[in-house]
Design a protein around this ligand. Structure first.
Ligand SMILES: N[C@@H](CCSC[C@H]1O[C@@H](n2cnc3c(=O)[nH]cnc32)[C@H](O)[C@@H]1O)C(=O)O
Ligand SMILES: [Zn+2]
Length: 432
């Protein structure tokens, strides 16, 4: 029996109070054994958290982790043009090895900035699963199906693969990997395909993750074609469910907010991507007030352009206030809950709360920095002042992924070099 004591720090509790405490985690079960006052607990090994704040590992509720290879390749365009003119032509050239290289790079970036769980949408998912396994992180993965621009056979094969991957990889990496069925969005997957394949996913109890209501250009064609708001259309197909979460949910009206709340459908809010692509401002406070579970995601590194969830919390608070025209909306405690507890609830992991019996997923933040001085309110600091680079240690499932800012699960230099090489060769191929 091996137990690790995270000792000497302050600890963020599930009710967002902060107290001096030690955290004992079991490396066998991967659970938190106890959170108790300093000196009350003993472990076989120690992780020094003195001068630090121990928080639950952050949960990135929507990303495309391998898109790190496309970081900075095409900026300053709206979603539709960005995807069609820049991203999809390059993605068409991606090999399995590229995706592995990009995923490893992205996972290192996440570990460095205190993220221990992610929800990903992409392809070559076995590569991403292997990278997550090696990283020691927790993830919800899936193969994203697109049918626009494809013949019937290719379209069906995409949806079939999404079902197959969700069935096959669920429970991989000793249970740290779960899966979702993933129609890319309501406009990029045709109605007939949704009506055929969604019932199969539901009858198999698969969770569903899709992009929805991200831009106005996605809403209008659905209203024109179906005479319904997108989420009413999605509900009619059966897509909205207690185990479904939609990415973005920017252009949702009151009736759609009610529908999300009634069906228990969650939202992965992606503030930086929504600002960068000028997609719009999600009504996050309204969603929360209606009882919708809202997590926070970075989206891919090509529309962000980093995977730092601290940036994302600050962005969520800022844009949430603008959207509500109210400085008290989406406050500091709310964004911290969104990035921890709510994200874990969306992904279906028993993480996001530092208490006995939950997953031992945590990060230790070094508070010894000018930008974190003075320390009136550490929850305020988490939302508004901490940077990903302030993370000193990262632990997932009881294992130390980063100790004293040194990533233990990958050779970081080699991963960065390999990602740079793959990115350069990819761009070269795509320009031929
Ligand atoms: N199998 C699909 C690939 C889809 S993967 C998921 C896709 O989501 C794309 N993506 C990234 N960010 C966004 C976003 O904000 N909205 C919609 N799609 C996005 C990403 O580039 C990737 O192509 C195919 O045959 O094209
Ligand atoms: Zn996305």
């Amino acid at each position: 029996m091996s137990e690790l004591l995270v000792t000497g720090g302050q600890v963020l509790r599930p009710d967002l109070t902060v107290e001096r405490a030690d955290v004992l985690v079991s490396q066998d079960s991967g659970d938190i054994v106890a959170v108790d006052e300093p000196g009350a607990l003993d472990g076989d090994d120690e992780l020094d958290a003195s001068g630090g704040l121990v928080i639950p590992g952050l949960v990135n509720a929507h990303t495309h982790v391998a898109m790190t290879l496309l970081r900075g390749l095409a900026d300053d365009k709206p979603l539709d043009a960005w995807l069609q003119e820049d991203v999809w032509p390059v993605e068409a050239e991606l090999t399995a090895e590229d995706i592995r290289a990009g995923a490893e790079l992205g996972l290192i970036e996440m570990i460095r900035s205190g993220t221990t769980a992610l929800s990903d949408m992409y392809f070559e998912v076995e590569e991403i699963a292997d990278a997550v396994d090696q990283a020691g992180m927790r993830a919800v993965l899936g193969f994203t199906a697109v049918t626009v621009g494809k013949d019937d056979e290719a379209a069906r094969s995409d949806l079939r693969e999404s079902l197959d991957v969700a069935r096959k990889l669920d429970g991989a990496a000793d249970g740290r990997i779960r899966t979702t069925f993933q129609p890319h969005s309501l406009t990029t997957v045709g109605e007939d395909y949704l009506r055929e394949f969604v019932p199969e996913a539901l009858s198999d109890d698969l969770s569903i993750h899709l992009h929805a209501n991200e831009t106005r250009d996605e809403v209008t064609p659905i209203v024109d074609e179906h005479g319904q708001r997108p989420l009413a259309y999605a509900d009619d197909i059966g897509l909205l469910d207690g185990d479904t979460y939609v990415a973005h949910g920017v252009h949702v009206d009151d009736s759609e907010i009610d529908l999300l709340a009634e069906t228990g459908t969650g939202v992965a809010h992606c503030p930086a991507s929504n600002m960068k692509l000028a997609s719009g401002m999600a009504p996050v406070q309204d969603l929360l007030d209606a009882g919708v579970t809202v997590g926070i995601g970075t989206d891919g590194a090509a529309s962000n352009n980093d995977l730092d969830m601290f940036d994302e919390m600050r962005d969520a608070a800022m844009i949430g206030k603008l959207a509500a025209d109210d400085a008290s909306a989406v406050d500091a405690g709310t964004v911290v809950e969104m990035a921890t507890q709510n994200g874990a609830d969306l992904l279906g992991f028993d993480s996001g709360r530092l208490e006995a019996g939950t997953n031992a997923d945590l990060a230790v933040i070094d508070l010894d920095a000018p930008h974190l001085t003075p320390a009136h309110d550490l929850v305020s600091h988490l939302a508004y002042a901490v940077h990903g680079s302030d993370v000193r240690h990262t632990v997932c499932d009881g294992e130390v992924l980063m100790r004293d800012r040194s990533v233990e699960v990958f050779n970081e230099r080699a991963v960065r070099d390999r990602a740079s090489e793959h990115a350069a060769a990819l761009v070269e191929r795509a320009s031929d």
